[in-house]
Ligand binder design. Structure first.
Ligand code: RP5
Length: 167
């Protein structure tokens, strides 16, 4: 079975507040570099619990393949989404003014067994976007092939940059 979805949006980027966008934008930028269409929305686990559950329950049926979720502080959003969607969820701990993002990190990474969230570093939204590309690239069909080739080129670029610096 091909994983292609006729060019539809395959990655959803959500965050607990529009104040998270300056951090989360790096995920959207990384996906744009690879030509992956994304949808972006604010979905607060605390302030919009019904919207959050509906988003998670409907995501796969709408054709999404990966959800990237960022939140700060008591950062429940990625874990709660992982509880209601079968899709892979990548969590981005957003650093707030206090605790240097450690609260966000621990809230997202310490999920109980059975409800995994692939957690990137504090503020690591770019890696979340790149990981989403790799998940899409692991499938089959022309779009996955295209993304695998593009990711290999990206990795070659990293090697060349390191070589140029004499590393
Ligand atoms: C979290 O509270 C959000 O993800 C955000 O990181 C933080 C602060 O939100 P605002 O008060 O700026 O809306 O739920």
């Amino acid at each position: 079975m091909s994983d292609d979805t006729s060019g539809g949006t395959q990655v959803g980027i959500v965050m607990g507040s529009d104040s998270d966008w300056p951090v989360m934008q790096a995920a959207a930028d990384a996906l744009a570099e690879f030509g992956v269409a994304v949808e972006v929305d604010v979905v607060s686990a605390h302030r919009q619990p019904d919207k959050m559950v509906a988003y998670g329950r409907e995501a796969a049926g709408r054709g999404l393949r990966v959800v990237v979720a960022g939140a700060g502080g008591a950062a429940h959003l990625p874990g709660m989404l992982a509880a209601v969607t079968p899709l892979p969820v990548i969590g981005v701990p957003v650093p707030l003014a206090h605790l240097d993002g450690m609260d966000s990190l621990l809230s997202i990474v310490q999920m109980p067994a059975g409800v995994p969230v692939a957690t990137v570093s504090v503020g690591g939204a770019r890696n979340a976007g790149l990981l989403a590309v790799r998940i899409l690239a692991s499938g089959s069909g022309p779009e996955a092939d295209r993304l695998r080739t593009a990711m290999l080129g990206f990795q070659e670029g990293l090697r060349e940059q390191a070589d140029a610096k004499g590393e």
